[in-house]
Design a protein around this ligand. Structure first.
Ligand SMILES: NC(=O)C1=CN([C@@H]2O[C@H](COP(=O)(O)OP(=O)(O)OC[C@H]3O[C@@H](n4cnc5c(N)ncnc54)[C@H](OP(=O)(O)O)[C@@H]3O)[C@@H](O)[C@H]2O)C=CC1
Ligand SMILES: Nc1nc(=O)c2c([nH]1)NC[C@@H]1CN(c3ccc(C(=O)N[C@@H](CCC(=O)O)C(=O)O)cc3)C=[N+]21
Length: 297
């Protein structure tokens, strides 16, 4: 079997077009412009690329984009002061602090200082708790993008066996919550999991969020399964160049899977589209307006 390619890049473009429609409507009817602030501490080159493309796509959707690039040695107090300013700024509806932060900054403390209503990443403890109990929250962008592609491909996910490889707070755990919410039977695997190949072989849905280039080979995949590759890894390529690969070995997995997301062009673009969608949702909630129903389902 050769897997169907799930085109995250094209899907994300349709989400961004809907976002742009809602942004235009908010401007026209309510004189509102959704605003997103991105905070980057330090000079990690990969992070700078993400921040640039988030900023560009935010503006293309008609929204306000604000970027704060801070020195790598920024103090916790200075960062918390900036977050308070953004919390108090009525023109800013979404705040994203790029992770990971430099080691001298307490990530939990910083994330939990963001107003949960503006926490478009969905990482604040209050949003994590709401998601875990099935209540309305801000849903983390990467898992949300994965869920949208899965629902689009499968229709119902009810009763399917899903394995999430990785248990980070930003991808693995919220991904598992969303799959459980859609009535999958969910297994969360991690670095201590026994017999990972056997665990993965049982899955109808495999979500790989490990951070290890091409770690999952095709012979771990049940024939016909759906493979969602969250990994973004830059590896050396021929001619002294580099290229992006995921956490699964694309060629061998695509030969057995029923469907697979590519890297690049899969989960990454959906993450940014969901970030814009969450910002529109936050803007509507902040102004007591009905929130769009067609953005993230
Ligand atoms: N496309 C996108 O939009 C995004 C992509 N990413 C990418 O997704 C990947 C994962 O990111 P993130 O969740 O932040 O990473 P983390 O490093 O925070 O978590 C990695 C997880 O993988 C597990 N793991 C590591 N090695 C193994 C192994 N050999 N076998 C099984 N499990 C293992 C770890 O287990 P343990 O807990 O036991 O250590 C951990 O739970 C990265 O490539 C990252 O770049 C991340 C965010 C967004
Ligand atoms: N608070 C926070 N929220 C995040 O959502 C967050 C973060 N911190 N830290 C870093 C990770 C990583 N991440 C990506 C988003 C989009 C692409 C993306 O669009 N990738 C393109 C390729 C980009 C390229 O060519 O470099 C693709 O996969 O097609 C990748 C990675 C969000 N993250």
């Amino acid at each position: 079997m050769t897997a169907q390619i799930i085109d995250g890049k094209a899907f994300a473009a349709t989400v961004r077009a809907k976002v742009a429609t809602h942004v235009a409507r908010l401007k026209e009817e309510n004189n509102l412009t959704p605003g997103l602030a991105v905070v980057l501490v330090g000079e990690d080159p990969a992070s700078q690329v993400y921040v640039r493309s988030k900023g560009k796509q935010t503006i293309e959707a008609g929204m306000k984009s604000v970027e704060h690039r801070l020195d790598p040695d920024t103090t916790e107090d200075a960062l918390l002061t900036l977050i308070k300013q953004l919390n108090d700024d009525a023109t800013i509806h979404g705040i994203l602090v790029q992770l990971p932060l430099p080691a001298h900054l307490d990530e939990d403390l910083v994330i939990n200082a963001i107003d949960p209503a503006k926490d478009v990443d969905g990482f604040h403890i209050s949003n994590v708790g709401l998601l875990g109990t099935g209540q309305k929250s801000m849903v983390p962008c990467t898992p949300l993008g994965c869920l949208m592609m899965l629902r689009d491909h499968h229709g119902s996910l009810s009763g399917l066996d899903a394995v999430v490889i990785g248990r980070s707070n930003i991808v693995g755990k919220p991904m598992a919550q969303l799959l459980l919410g859609d009535s999958c039977t969910v297994t969360i695997a991690h670095s201590r999991t026994k017999d990972l190949p056997d665990v993965v072989r049982r899955a109808d849905i495999v979500v790989a969020a490990v951070g290890r280039p091409q770690m999952v080979p095709g012979d771990w995949i049940k024939p016909g399964a759906t493979v969602i590759d969250v990994g973004i890894n830059r590896i050396d390529a021929e001619g002294g160049k580099t290229r992006l690969v995921g956490d699964v070995d694309y060629e061998s997995c695509a030969a057995v899977a029923g469907a697979i997301t590519p890297v690049p062009g899969g989960v990454g673009p959906m993450t940014i589209a969901c970030l814009l969608a969450n910002t529109v949702t936050a803007c509507c909630r902040a102004n007591g307006l009905a929130e769009p129903k067609d953005l993230t389902v």
